[in-house]
Each structure stands twice: as C-alpha cells, then as structure tokens.
Design a protein. Structure first.
Length: 249
C-alpha cells in the first residue's frame, strides 16, 4: 500500500468510527446478542448489587443518578465509548503523522498533482523537500535541480500515474533525472505502518527473566521473524548456511 492510499484509508476509518461512536452501539449489541444465543449464553447485562451507604450532608439528589444508571447504559459509557474513543485517538495520531508526510511529499503523489503546480509553487515544494531531507550540511537532493527536472517531465507524464509508475518511468532515464529518481525512491520507502511482530508465546512472562530461561531478546526477535517470513525461510538452502557458519568459526 502506498502512503497516499493509506492517508485516504485512515481518513475514511476516522469518519467511520466517529459515526459508529454515536450510532453503532445498538447494532453491535444486536450482533453480540446473536453470538451469545449461538453459544447458549443468556444475552443480558448483569446488574450489580447496589451498595447502600450513608448519605453525606453536602450530597444532592443528582448524585444518585450514577447509581440509577442501567447496566446496558453503564456498559455503553464505560466500555463501548472508551474503546471507540481509543481507536479514534490512535487513528488521529497516525493521520497527523501522515499529514506531515503529505506536506513534504504531497506534490509527488500523483502525476495529476505534479502537473497542476505552476513553476513558483513547484519550486517552493522542492525547496521544502530539500530542507526535510537535509542532515547537517548533507542533503539527498538539490531542490533547484529537482524543480528543473520536474518542470521538464510535467508534460511527459500520463494522467493518473501513481508514484511507482512515475519512478519506473524515471528509472529508464535516471541519468537525466537523478534528483527526481531519489525523491521518488524515498517517497516509496516511507513505511505505511509501524506494526512490529507480535509475540504469541503462551509462556512469554516466563521468558522475560534470564534467571528462568536462556531465551534472549535477540533470539525472541529471530523466532518472530522466522514465523512471519516462513515463505522466504523455505527457499533458503541450509547447506549454504551451515557452511557459512562453519567458516566464521
């Protein structure tokens, strides 16, 4: 998935969850009840036993409203809303991160965006990209040269070309557009997600202490990688790995 598609997907998810927060509880409740019936579980919310306590002199009648809240409403407020709000918060943080990428690389997302910019706007975008990719005195691209290259290719690109299509077009002419090739390579290597391998070991807590196990952090990460990249692992020739290991020792 490319980052411009990811931005639209996250934007759509945010819109969905905001609507779901207001109207989704009743639908979710219906689905949950059907699942409960299929599992031979009586679909009802258990009512907590009210604990009677002595009323303080400064308490009003409104303070008792919490106690009178129904079990269903309590579940909606304390669980459903909280879970949906957490999802909205996480997506908002991710969307803000994507917006930062869009401000820097947005003009390169499609050929239509690139063709829509005039020379002045394109120059400003290229200089901004150069500053973003600068580390000390070193920079990956030259903003002025990049602008000249993009101005030249604006009319050569077809409509509705994505960044990968544009890069494939430029790679055949990399000696003519070196800065543009670098810019699109960097754009296409930006990770869409930062998800890492989830450890699903049932005894993970026992592995956390070196006193109870010889399993190290490096080995745990290695096992997780092997589990994820099983298709690649099957193609590896073990004889070559054994010979390489022997030669190092």
């Amino acid at each position: 998935m490319l980052i411009d598609i990811a931005i639209e997907s996250v934007k759509g998810l945010l819109s969905f969850f905001k609507k779901y927060r207001e109207t989704g509880f009743s639908k979710a409740l219906e689905v949950a009840k059907k699942i409960a019936v299929e599992m031979d579980i009586h679909p009802e919310f258990r009512t907590k036993r009210k604990i009677k306590r002595k009323k303080q002199f400064d308490e009003g009648e409104d303070d008792a409203s919490i106690d009178s809240q129904s079990a269903e409403e309590s579940f909606r407020v304390n669980y459903f809303i909280r879970v949906v709000d957490q999802a909205i918060t996480s997506l908002t943080i991710r969307f803000e991160q994507y917006e930062g990428y869009e401000k820097i690389f947005g003009f390169l997302f499609t050929s239509d965006r690139l063709r829509s910019l005039d020379d002045k706007s394109l120059m400003a975008a290229c200089v901004n990209l150069e500053d973003a990719l600068k580390s000390g005195e070193h920079t990956d691209i030259d903003g002025l040269e990049l602008c000249c290259e993009l101005i030249f290719i604006q009319d050569l690109l077809h409509k509705s070309m994505g960044p990968l299509d544009i890069l494939n077009y430029l790679k055949k002419r990399s000696t003519i557009y070196p800065n543009a090739v670098i810019a699109y390579k960097i754009l296409l290597t930006i990770p869409v997600t930062v998800a890492s391998a989830e450890r699903s070991f049932s005894k993970l807590k026992l592995l956390k202490s070196y006193l109870r196990s010889t399993m190290t952090q490096e080995r745990l990460n290695g096992l997780a990688t092997i589990a994820l990249e099983n298709d690649v692992l099957e193609k590896i020739k073990y004889e070559d790995m054994i010979e390489d290991f022997i030669s190092r020792n």
